[in-house]
Write a protein that binds this ligand. Structure first.
Ligand code: HEC
Length: 138
């Protein structure tokens, strides 16, 4: 068996390529898992953006498809009684605009969302994790 440096270099390149191919999807999956955790366990986006059945339970099959807000403020105030669909990201947001909205609490036109939508101030990393997770949904 001849030991050629060229062959060794080619093997090493192939190995690096294989490792990179495996590592990229793993990183993307970890990012999406983090986003799912933030959406479902921390920010609870579904409390408002998921419709509820007649008993008030969230309808799992319609998670994050948009929903009417079931409560009203006791005093007159700016308020929205509809929470739009988030699964797949709202059509009027690019992923970058969406991540920015979650970091600044400002819509693409610079205005804040109406209550009860919280003007979140997520870190850039968390905002992108939420964005990538919601983008992955239908
Ligand atoms: C307490 C209820 C509530 C929670 C929790 C909530 N939202 Fe909302 N969301 C709303 C309401 C109501 C609106 C509509 C606001 C408006 O029309 O300005 C809205 C609007 C939005 C919009 C559209 C803003 C626009 O341009 O009109 C986005 C994007 C959004 N929410 C994302 C999220 C994400 C992501 C989460 C979780 C990280 C979340 N929301 C959690 C109630 C909520």
């Amino acid at each position: 068996m001849t030991r050629s440096p060229l062959r060794a270099a080619l093997c090493l390149t192939a190995l690096c390529f294989a490792v990179a191919c495996l590592a990229i999807p793993a990183a993307a999956q970890a990012q999406i898992a983090r986003g799912k955790y933030l959406v479902e366990q921390v920010a609870l986006c579904g409390d408002c953006h998921t419709p509820r059945d007649a008993t008030g339970q969230p309808i799992a099959a319609e998670a994050l498809q948009g929903a009417p807000i079931g409560v009203r403020p006791v005093q007159p105030m700016p308020f929205s009684d509809i929470a739009p669909k988030l699964a797949g990201l709202p059509a009027n947001y690019t992923p970058a605009q969406f991540a920015r909205f979650l970091q600044t609490g400002q819509k693409p036109d610079g205005s804040p969302p109406l209550p009860p939508m919280p003007p979140y101030r997520l870190s850039k990393q968390d905002a992108w994790a939420v964005t990538d997770y919601l983008k992955s949904l239908k």
